[in-house]
Design a protein around this ligand. Structure first.
Ligand code: 0X9
Ligand code: ZN
Length: 771
């Protein structure tokens, strides 16, 4: 062992030993960003650091907490780093004081106003069980290293909980991620208290079961409260005298592989063997013994991500399962976004960083249960990291409850239905969008492909017409929207039979809720998916040294806040410097300006997707992204929106925007509309990544259908003298009404069979009408 490794080990052991005596303080410790380039360097930093502090852990940016002594060593070794936070203890002190104050007077109303201890969480859950014994049951699923019970809660409505399809959630694998047990507790509470009062929850609990383990690592969680706020692992006494195994490196798939540490003092220490720890054994057996479980989520913090397997290697699940992971992962992110506008990025774990022995990898691989890892708020270290401000707890738990309800709906439906071209809100009356769907069993397969059916009706009443979908291979089907007049809506849902009998319906409770699409005329006056050059221009400020707008298919991989792929699925988009690595904006502003676009239609709507990330690097959350429009071909500009410097939309992710041109203050309909996007690096050293895609100017609406003139006897040019002449020549004719099968006499305007004075009066009243 080289001397630098030996010293590093000592620093860590001294720190941990001190921690056992009393609550450890991090005075003088610094939160630092490093850029390890080799495994050796990463291992060295791992050993030297007091804690791993970032989501990412691999080559590229990794954040650590270093003691003052360790920092001197870093300098001596000439390892480059930047200090992100000089005083991490300040946030912890503020949290300690606040939590102490909030421990008094805790009622159920204010429970989510601040973090809660292990005992408080138990008491809260105990009340829930005592007050609702028919809905929730508690059991001990295992015992922690220090002998504490680990609790599992079964939540279900009418019927046998053990045979309904089930979802399983666990939290607090990592001790310091305090918003995780709050989220799980909220989910349990909302489900139980919503039964009988909320129709959706009542119906869901009658159809599915929820298994919740809110504190899987009680020893570590208590230790994080009492001694070391940033403790991550459990509290196993390792052979070398240090404590703790990372319970998210201790599962069986790929155990011991990259992204886990063999060093006992490391924050990512994997343990002596797969499932060497009682906590992972308890969770493993809990899932294995409940064969009705279909879906699972392991809740962590932080970074706002929805992750799916695999994470131990650069491999994916089989295509059929990957489709479910992706579709439901995006659905959860969308549901989260719909509550408070937070952006959680859905992605494969391996694209974040490689880590071996994680929960979701093993659970999916060994049991077939669809398992996601959700990283809760905040988006970055700079919004609080593990010490997420307490006023963020309630919005965090609320948005994730929405995701959980959506996932439960899919489990209850039994199949996942994916619109391969997106579920349209509107379709064009002349060229209706294609209807291609992928239907994948998530509870039990296989499906009888010949029975896939779309049930539709025009308008919102009357019977549904069943139309078979054509099976195009694997789980894919194609159909078509029926013809319907402009201005109408089409309501529809799907059914498909399992080969073992039984019919799945999507949406599950159709036709109580259904899909709906509005039939309209869509006119695209300008559309650009950036697959070719249509005349956009880039202007750079004189100081710009790097990061100018580029058109192309993203190559950066998404590891630095840059988009990993485009927004509209065509492949290409505009993004700031399309290179892998240092692709961000540096030293000034870069502006992307559109060609002239026709927005003269009164209904013209400007549509685009944008991406913006400013939340890491030096001086995070200090820059803005500006969108401007011009109605005079670029002579003068009006601000349309400014994104950042803080808020929900600065952590990356494609966000679709729509503005009706006539509603933009200071802008009128024009044939020469332009839009421009400016990404700027004002603060020193910050990482700014931006993207633009799917720009359109389009109009929807129904062209007025000419109203026929009631006095227009010959149907030509409205009601005029010719009509009068024809009526006069037929005046006095008698016959039967048209409906009886006889052809109608010209001039019989009221269709009673006779051409008489009433018809003459009607023509006279309409005279001069033009259609
Ligand atoms: O590293 C982890 O265990 C998780 N992140 S955390 O910051 N909460 O510790 C994420 C694991 C996701 N899996 C992979 N990236 N492979
Ligand atoms: Zn975690």
């Amino acid at each position: 062992m080289s001397s630098r490794f030996l010293l590093a080990l000592l620093v860590t052991i001294v720190t941990v030993a001190a921690a056992d005596a009393q609550r450890i303080r991090y005075d003088g410790y610094k939160l630092v960003r490093t850029h390890p380039e080799t495994n050796e360097e990463l291992m060295y930093l791992d050993e030297l650091a007091t804690h791993l502090m970032s989501e990412s852990h691999g080559h590229g940016p990794v954040d650590f907490l270093f003691s003052p002594a360790a920092l001197i060593q870093l300098e001596d070794e000439n390892i480059p780093f930047i200090v992100l936070d000089n005083d991490i203890q300040a946030a912890i002190d503020a949290e300690t004081a606040r939590v102490a104050a909030s421990q008094r007077n805790v009622s159920r109303m204010t429970w989510y106003d601040d973090y809660k201890t292990n005992d408080q969480i138990f008491d809260y859950m105990n009340d829930l069980v005592t007050n609702n014994p028919t809905l929730i049951a508690r059991e001990v699923i295992g015992t922690s290293v220090d002998g504490q019970p680990i609790y599992g809660y079964t939540i279900s409505g009418a019927g046998d909980a053990a045979t309904k399809p089930a979802l399983c959630f666990n939290g607090t694998i990592h001790a310091r991620e305090w918003v995780s047990p709050m989220t799980l507790t909220y989910i349990a509470d909302q489900l139980v208290t919503g039964y009988g009062s909320n129709a959706q929850i009542t119906d869901l609990l009658d159809n599915v079961t929820f298994y919740v383990v809110n504190v899987l690592n009680p020893d570590g969680y208590e230790y994080s409260w009492d001694s070391v706020r940033l403790w991550r692992k459990n509290r196993t006494l390792n052979s070398g005298g240090s404590y703790g195994v990372d319970l998210n490196r201790n599962w069986g798939l790929g155990w011991g592989g990259p992204g886990s540490s063999g060093s006992q003092t490391s924050d990512t220490y994997r343990g002596t063997a797969a499932f060497s720890e009682p906590e992972t054994v308890a969770m493993r057996d809990y899932i294995v013994n409940r064969t009705n479980i279909v879906a699972h989520i392991d809740f962590h913090s932080f970074s706002q991500l929805v992750l799916w397997p695999f994470g131990h290697d650069h491999i994916d699940p089989p295509a059929e399962d990957l489709a479910v992971f992706q579709d439901l992962g995006h659905q959860m992110a969308d549901d989260i976004h719909s509550v408070h506008g937070s952006v959680y990025t859905p992605q494969a774990s391996r694209d974040l960083y490689i880590a071996s022995g994680t929960s979701s990898d093993w659970i999916y691989d060994a049991t077939g249960v669809f398992s996601w890892t959700v990283e809760l708020r905040p988006a970055s270290e700079f919004q609080g990291g593990f010490t997420l401000p307490a006023n963020q707890i309630l919005p965090t738990v609320e948005e994730n409850f929405a995701a959980v309800l959506g996932l439960a709906e899919s489990v209850a439906a039994g199949v996942d239905l994916q619109f391969l071209n997106g579920a349209p809100d509107v379709i064009d009356v002349l060229s209706p969008a294609p209807l291609d769907v992928r239907i994948t069993p998530i509870v039990s397969g296989p499906l009888n492909t010949a029975t896939a059916t779309m049930h539709w009706r025009v308008g919102d009443s009357g019977p549904f017409t069943p139309t078979s979908l054509t099976h195009t291979g694997d789980n894919d089907y194609t159909g078509a929207f029926p013809a319907a007049p402009c201005g109408e809506s089409i309501q529809y849902y799907f059914t498909i039979d399992a080969t073992t009998g039984g019919t799945y319906t999507v949406p599950r409770i159709a036709p109580v809720t259904m899909y709906e699409v509005e039939v309209t005329e869509i006119t695209v006056a300008f559309g650009d998916d950036f697959e070719s050059d249509t005349g956009w221009t880039v202007q750079n400020a004189p100081g710009l040294t790097d990061g100018a707008w580029n058109r192309g298919t993203p190559v950066g991989g998404g590891d630095r806040g840059d988009p990993a792929s485009d927004a509209d699925g065509s492949g290409a988009c505009y993004l700031t410097d399309n290179v892998d690595g240092n692709s961000d904006v540096d030293g000034g502003a870069t502006t992307l300006t559109s060609p002239s676009m026709d927005a003269s239609d009164p209904d013209a709507t400007l549509v685009y997707s944008r991406w913006y990330s400013n939340d890491f690097g030096g001086a995070p959350l200090s820059d803005v992204f500006v969108v401007e429009v011009s109605d005079d071909d670029g002579s003068s500009w009006v601000n349309l929106e400014t994104v950042g410097p803080g808020g929900n939309e600065v952590g990356g992710g494609w966000i679709a925007k729509e503005f009706r041109v006539a509603d933009i203050p200071g802008i009128t309909n024009t044939p020469t509309l332009r839009v421009r996007f400016t990404a700027e690096d004002a603060g020193d050293g910050s990482v700014i990544e931006a993207g633009v895609d799917g720009v359109q100017v389009r109009s929807t609406g129904c062209t007025a259908v000419p109203v026929p003139c009631p006095g227009d006897v010959d149907g030509v040019n409205g009601t005029n003298l010719n009509d009068f002449t024809i009526l006069a020549s037929n005046f006095g004719a008698t016959g039967l009404p048209h409906g009886s099968g006889e052809s109608r006499t010209l001039g019989d305007l009221d269709d009673n069979g006779d051409v008489n004075l009433a018809d003459f009066t009607a023509l006279a009243a309409d005279f001069g009408c033009t259609p």
